[in-house]
Design a protein around this ligand. Sequence first.
Ligand SMILES: Cc1cc2nc3c(=O)[nH]c(=O)nc-3n(C[C@H](O)[C@H](O)[C@H](O)COP(=O)(O)OP(=O)(O)OC[C@H]3O[C@@H](n4cnc5c(N)ncnc54)[C@H](O)[C@@H]3O)c2cc1C
Length: 594
Amino acid sequence: MASYKAPLRDMRFVYNELFDYSEISSLPGYEDATPDLVDAIIEEAAKVCENELFPINRSGDEEGCTFENGVVRTPKGFKEAYRAYVEGGWGGLTSDPKYGGQGMPSSIHVMVEEMMCSANLSFGIYPGLTYGAYQSLHAHGTDELKDLYLPKMVSGEWSGTMCLTEPHCGTDLGLLRSKAVPNDDGSWKISGTKIFISSGEHDLTDNIIHLVLARAEGSPKGVKGISLFVVPKFIPKDDGTPGPRNGVSCGSIEHKMGIKASATCVMNFEDAQGWLVGEMNKGMSHMFTMMNNERLAVGVQGLGLAESSYQAAVEYARERLQGRSLTGAKNPDAGADPILVHPDIRRTLLNIRAFTEGARATAMWVARGLDLRKKHPDEGLRTEADDFIQLMTPMVKALFTDFGFDATNAGMQVFGGSGYIRETGVEQYVRDARIAQIYEGTNGIQALDMVGRKMPAHFGRYLRRFFHPVQAFIEEHAEDESMADFVMPLAKAFGRLQRATGYLAEKGMKNPDEAGAAASEYLRLFGLVAMAYIWARAAKVAMAKTDGEEAGFYQAKLGTARHYMERILPQSSGLFSSIMAGSKTMMSFADDAF
Ligand SMILES: Cc1cc2nc3c(=O)[nH]c(=O)nc-3n(C[C@H](O)[C@H](O)[C@H](O)COP(=O)(O)OP(=O)(O)OC[C@H]3O[C@@H](n4cnc5c(N)ncnc54)[C@H](O)[C@@H]3O)c2cc1C
């Protein structure tokens, strides 16, 4: 049976040793977030995840959500766990204290988020969407809307959703048909059908606050005519308690491959009363406040599940006795050696570990950017942080979820046939991880965002926020022999990335198919280099401590960094060749030959 222990030691390494946490706790408004407090928070979060959420992960998968007469029920134990989550104040960890939140930095949130995804992804989706909806309302709602909804969303008494997708449109939201007609009192009547709505209906909260994209009467076609509305399940009374039922109902829930305890709903809006959020026809950009947050969160889902899968696989590899080590018996008293002795198993485990630790540190790098963007007194630095986040968001979403899925699959492989059997619990990780590559904009769309929007933005300004620190690090350590095993491969891969960027910038301008054809490979190349930079920095920190008190931890860190450079980063060479091959062959392939 799989088990889960939060990787607190590695989290501490990331926020306290690889990065300097005082940089965050010295920001105005974050003074309370001292390293001691961060420690206490992540320790508490670990207890909730290990003791409350993980034990209902598999039973939640077995039971799934049920739908009867418009009512959706979450699996056994979810209501109690949600109550404990709300009472613990976890819903408002980073939210604005004005609305009852604790105003903690995102760099703490990202660790809590990872633990929740590891322990019980289906559960985590409910509060995750509430937080996204909170962010959008907080950024774009009127004070009246904020005062009415945010305190209850921050406390977790009410939950949130994101209603974009319709039967005929997912990626191409310009086609959406849901419509909004003005009422005399300034509110709107919203009608239409939304599909695949996560947490659209459930029994965890007293009210559900839907953020809905719809086209107001008379608005232009396409994405320029879309507005954002808040549509509550129960219309709040003046005293803030849920009032009359609104014209929104759940038509059915989906039966799906994974995240079975997360309700995925068809939502029908029939003249439902809604209120405009932000400016008319700016709905897409307002929704992007939520979607950008969700994209980072979805990336962390890939990381979280990879971590759980890794832990289960390591435990199994230590126990399972099969075959003998190629260099002679390591466990001569027993009939066979543990499978951990076999190079192929070790390669598999190190591949996963190089990803999880690298991704955890990369996620912290981005979360640090979120904190700087929000609180740094210098406007120029806030803009720089924003540029960096814009650039990194599609990469984190797509790379982490692709790697995450591969990692869960690899973890299952370590179990042999037992991995395929439900009882061990590891096949659930594979099924749960798969959706993260699809929702919040498929990974193919993330790649297009990266090459089509983020790469050329402001004549490459976003890119420079990444290229400059990497270049500076390489130059700073070019003569340092002790770092050569890390800096040389990084420099080579970085060179490939620079050449690929130049090639795509030139070719993509002339022929957009060139950029489209190479987008996914480019995003992966970019992500591999980003993680290589992070791994090189981690190696530098670890190297100085390999003889100390925790020698084992730092030697393992260094060993994993080496594995990344030797076994994973070389993929950059193949990706570079694919990118340079251009689009001609695929685009000239006859349609009817497919
Ligand atoms: C379990 C689950 C939960 C979900 N939760 C939510 C939710 O809470 N709220 C919500 O609004 N939606 C939600 N979704 C919907 C999800 O975001 C969409 O399914 C996803 O964005 C893809 O849209 P689609 O399914 O319509 O695929 P399509 O848009 O039809 O795409 C099909 C394929 O074509 C590719 N493609 C499409 N357009 C292009 C293009 N221009 N260039 C290159 N390739 C392209 C895509 O990458 C994809 O591979 C959820 C979906 C699922 C399955």
